[in-house]
Design a protein around this ligand. Structure first.
Ligand code: FUB
Length: 432
């Protein structure tokens, strides 16, 4: 049954500037299993694109779409829902293989590079496609009408899924490069149109341990910092995250070691790295949500630290994740699906556009972190709600699920699950 607010209590936890860290904030998405993170910074905002491990998966991947989330503070993430589905690609399998992907912005458009299963005659295996949109949150449509790279058994690695895990890097001179590969690492220049290759496909010799250590596996991610090119990737199986550096985007590379050892029980990991407001962040995945395993993964984030010589410090997966870098303004409209941590609730497309929170049961909660109420404090809480049954109530609590109650908003029957009404309650006792 679809529920938006039903006959029960949902708790809104507000952690203020002075809240001691009380709840775990990794994995950063709790409403879906997410994998293969691909973050970008656009318009002062982090957009995080992820794969989506369906709950019905058993002993293999079941992935048919990709999700998008955004944040301006690194701890509260707004859910933009499904932004691309394998069904957008007529030439691909529609029941599986929404594998790792990468989004990049260029010339006013967002390009979504995906690795999917190709159904074209004679071109079976994993292929790379590109979707395009004018907006970071889609809708994305097939940009080519066919694959950009198809499986070719004469290439370096002769298995049918070697064209996995595309990642794009645009150098300072404007040249875009596409990197990809499972048990192979390919690269090619992209033309200015971003949907065609400029020249031949090259490959790096991943068996050369001086360049790639003992066991390059997949998931390349390239970025440049202080003139050094970094190629970060998943190594070994089960996987950890390692990296190599170069003075050129096309190598040769020098193996530099492990960034993140394996922790937990996911057999894969997958790096996505951004610089945001002066700091670098590593997005990755593990199996740390309840019910998690190799096919039910979840995206997490940690701050990345560089040493003087440009090498990257080895870091662990943590429950705390990256620190907040901005406060949340409670006096501006905040979407309910802006979440630091949640328990029980789900999200869905809203009949009025955007997304809404749903499937709310008694005691479920949403935490928003680092809320700044200012010196004068807040006097009221307003929410847009819908209920097709008894309605329940929203409790607002400070700092934890059993923290001080600063207000309660009764909901009641609103005329239907898609019948949204605005309700307000007074609140007290919160400043700073
Ligand atoms: O999510 C499916 C595959 O698992 C990805 O393409 C790989 O990078 C690994 O994370």
């Amino acid at each position: 049954m679809k529920k938006v607010i039903s006959i029960m209590t949902v708790i809104f936890i507000i952690s203020t500037l002075f809240t001691p860290a009380s709840l775990a904030d990794n994995p950063i998405i709790q409403t879906n299993y997410t994998a293969d993170p691909a973050p970008i910074v656009y318009d002062d905002t982090v957009y995080l694109y992820t794969g989506h491990d369906l709950e019905i998966a058993t002993t293999s991947y079941k992935m048919v779409n990709w999700k998008c989330y955004s944040s301006k503070d690194m701890v509260n993430w707004t859910d933009h829902g499904t932004v691309l589905n394998v069904s957008a690609f007529d030439w691909a399998r529609h029941d599986q293989d929404a594998n790792a992907a990468h989004v990049i912005y260029r010339n006013g458009k967002f390009y979504y590079f995906v690795s999917v299963s190709c159904t074209l005659p004679g071109k079976g295996g994993i292929a790379i496609g590109v979707a395009v949109s004018d907006s970071p949150t889609g809708p994305f449509v097939d940009a080519i009408g066919g694959p950009l790279v198809t499986n070719d058994m004469t290439k370096y690695a002769s298995h049918s899924w070697d064209d996995l895990d595309p990642a794009v890097f645009i150098d300072d001179d404007g040249q875009a490069y596409l990197y990809w590969g499972n048990n192979a690492c390919y690269y090619a220049k992209l033309n200015e149109d971003m949907i065609s290759l400029d020249g031949e496909i090259g490959y790096f010799d991943i068996t050369d341990q001086a360049q790639f250590g003992p066991d390059y596996e997949e998931a390349p991610w390239v970025f440049k910092r202080n003139g050094i090119y970094y190629l970060v990737y998943a190594a070994q199986f089960p996987e950890h995250i390692a990296y190599s550096t170069s003075t050129s985007p096309t190598g040769p590379w020098t193996y530099r070691g492990v960034i993140m050892p394996r922790q937990g029980n996911s057999s894969t990991n997958h790096p996505g790295i951004i610089e945001y407001k002066g700091d670098y962040y590593l997005f990755y995945h593990n199996d740390w949500l309840p019910g998690g395993d190799s096919y039910h993964r979840s995206v997490c984030v940690e701050k990345l630290e560089f040493k003087e010589d440009g090498s990257i410090s080895t870091i662990s997966m943590t429950r705390e994740g990256a620190p907040a870098i901005a406060n949340l303004n409670p006096y501006a409209r905040t979407e309910a699906e802006t979440i630091c941590w949640s328990s029980g609730v789900k999200t869905e497309p809203c009949n009025e556009g955007g997304m809404n929170v749903c499937d709310i049961n008694d005691g479920d909660y949403i935490k928003v972190a680092r809320v700044d109420f200012g010196d004068k404090g807040a006097a009221a809480f307003t929410a847009k709600v819908a209920s097709g049954s008894g309605g329940g109530e929203i409790e607002l609590r400070l700092d934890s699920a059993d923290g001080e109650v600063i207000g309660t908003l009764p909901i009641g029957f609103t005329g239907g699950w898609d019948n949204w009404v605005t309700k307000t309650t007074s609140i007290s006792g919160v400043t700073g």
